[in-house]
Design a protein around this ligand. Structure first.
Ligand code: NOJ
Length: 563
């Protein structure tokens, strides 16, 4: 590891911009298609920046747009420092960053350090160089596989023609890097600097809990998954290895050594920051699922990662008690450590919340065959009501929040994609027992009444539903009651209200099935998860409601902001 490893970084500033930022996730292939080839691209994102500025987000996170054979939707990266021609050019990227900055929107990019693409030049060289070569040392080649399974299903090892096996914890097109090799460490340092030089405001780190594998690659002990899972004390030999903490400290130093004018955020007030041009520190946000807070705690010391995604609400059924348990656990952890856990209700890996909240809630956590195959009954109207209430909850919670593209339109999961049209490698790797993640990746509807809804000019890479005419941006823009206008109003209030953003909350006493908390000064959030209307908490004004109120009663599946 480089000299930048020794840790002396100060904890992040409590006023760092990301602590209360609302970040919008752009899945570039499905956002907007400017060149008419059926796939979204960077000029498409640029052409629709007005939508994001009107929405009022602080930053966008771009899922991978790097050259890739798309074995896993771009999370198989063949070149970390370029733009895939299907998405445009580096000049298009620069133009997007500049145009976004002009609208006060920062740009976060995705970094994929656990694995690359089988088309990455170093992997091709390793294959050609043969067993025992130094080139193979950059990856994990063995003469015999162990018993590890791919996260996508099936074995985590693939045999090459000379008889050796290589490790891929995801698709076979995604060979894992050997993070104990100095070339790998140095290469990713160059990658970070490359994008920092282009003005990015941070990095979303893909599967940030993996990267290092336990020495000797021991077999997974069957049934060991439920054990203690803190770094250095893990029962899965490919997760949470202690070296991760040092690695992220070294990345923090690189980020801090790259001061830059990343948009027009307020000046950095970090006491430790001496760089004259430092206006806005760059952020890291780690994709890391954690079940128990103790698993996350070591990463939250504040001298390495800036943020860990708070994913806990995504697999949570529509229940006041269960939502409160998850919120308490994350919020307590953030308070105790001084760290930052932005809230998440959707992303490109999970079924959309309209659909999650519109099914029998016993199914939300249970991987039953009907859930895996998307064959459960969905009440879209009910799911939409709940998703709107959940949006008000998301944006009222203390800290930052991530919004997945299309959630601001209340899009449901697209469940009716034909098997032949499915692209997610999980579909085939699970022998078609899991439909995969295509349903939340359908191209966005912008205007018009039939596909492609002005996503682009022609057929889209994944089909869109026929019944999205009322969900397009254009259709919703003029409808005061639309989900789009609910998000806009919420973000506008959030921007100005002194109680919202980072800070604390105080739970209020409520009947069962209702969540309510107060935030100072003068703000109350209430969500009715139950089946009966309940009286509104004491208030002067109703700032915003996710659905019609019944006088002074809050109807079921409705959220409200009060002052
Ligand atoms: C997490 C990403 O969000 C997901 O889309 C991807 O398939 C895996 N990591 C592997 O890179």
């Amino acid at each position: 590891m480089s000299a930048e490893t020794e840790s002396s970084a100060q904890p992040y500033d409590q006023g760092a911009w990301w602590r209360d930022a609302v970040v919008y996730q752009v899945y570039p292939r499905s956002f907007a298609d400017a060149n008419g080839d059926g796939e979204g691209d960077l000029p498409g994102v640029l052409s629709r920046l007005g939508h994001l500025a009107d929405l009022g987000v602080d930053a966008i996170w771009l899922s991978p747009f790097y050259p890739s054979p798309l074995a896993d939707g771009g999370y198989d990266v063949a070149d970390y420092c370029d733009v895939d021609p299907r998405y445009g050019t580096l000049a298009d990227f620069d133009a997007l960053v500049a145009a976004a900055a002009a609208k006060n929107i920062k740009v976060i990019v995705d970094i994929v350090p656990n694995h690359c693409s089988a088309e990455h030049p170093w992997f091709r060289t390793a294959l050609a160089a043969g067993p025992g070569s130094p080139e193979r040392e950059r990856f994990v080649f063995r003469d015999e596989p162990n018993n590890w399974q791919s996260v996508f299903g099936g074995p985590a090892w693939t045999r090459v023609p000379d008889g050796q096996w290589y490790l891929h914890l995801f698709d076979s097109g995604q060979p894992d890097w050997n993070w104990r090799h100095p070339d790998v460490v140095a290469m990713f340092e160059r990658v970070l600097r490359f994008w920092l030089d282009r003005g990015v405001a941070g990095f979303r780190i893909d599967v940030a809990n993996m990267l290092f594998k336990q020495d000797g690659l021991p077999d997974v002990v069957p049934g060991s998954q439920g054990g203690p899972l803190t770094p250095g004390h893990t029962s899965m030999p490919y997760e949470h290895q202690p070296e991760l903490l040092d690695l992220y400290r070294s990345w923090r130093k690189i980020l801090d050594s790259h001061p830059g004018d990343r948009g027009t955020a307020p000046a950095c007030t970090a006491p430790a920051c001496t760089a004259p041009a430092c206006t806005t520190p760059a952020c890291t946000v780690a994709e890391m699922w954690f079940g128990h807070p103790d698993q996350a705690r070591p990463y939250m010391t504040g001298d390495g990662l800036a943020q860990l995604f708070g994913f806990g609400l995504m697999p949570t059924p529509w229940s006041a008690e269960e939502f409160r348990t998850v919120i308490d656990a994350s919020h307590r952890l953030a308070r105790e450590t001084g760290g930052s856990i932005p809230w998440v209700l959707g992303n490109h890996d999970v079924p959309r919340m309209v659909t999650r909240f519109g099914v029998d809630q016993d199914l939300v956590r249970a991987p039953t065959p009907e859930v895996l195959l998307g064959r459960m009954d969905v009440d879209v109207e009910l799911g939409t009501r709940r998703a709107r209430a959940a949006a008000l909850l998301l944006l009222a919670l203390p800290g930052g929040a991530y919004i997945y593209q299309g959630d601001e339109l209340g899009l449901p999961e697209h469940l009716a994609i034909a098997d032949e049209a499915r692209q997610d490698p999980m579909f085939e790797r699970t022998l078609r027992t899991f439909i995969g993640r295509d349903g939340c990746r359908a191209p966005l509807p912008w205007s018009g009444t039939t596909p492609p809804y002005a996503f682009g000019a022609g057929d889209t890479w994944l089909p869109q539903p026929e019944d999205w005419a009322a969900l397009t941006v254009a259709a919703q823009r003029g409808d005061p009651g639309s989900t789009l206008n609910l998000y806009r109003a919420a973000l506008a209030i959030r921007r100005d209200h002194p109680a919202l953003g980072d800070g604390d909350l105080t739970w209020l006493d409520t009947p069962p099935g209702v969540l309510a908390f107060a935030r100072d000064p003068g703000f109350t959030l209430m969500v009715n998860f139950g089946a009966e209307p309940v009286p509104l908490a004491w208030h002067h004004d109703v700032l915003l409601a996710s659905g019609p109120l019944d006088g002074d009663l809050l109807p079921p599946d409705t959220g409200v902001w009060l002052s």
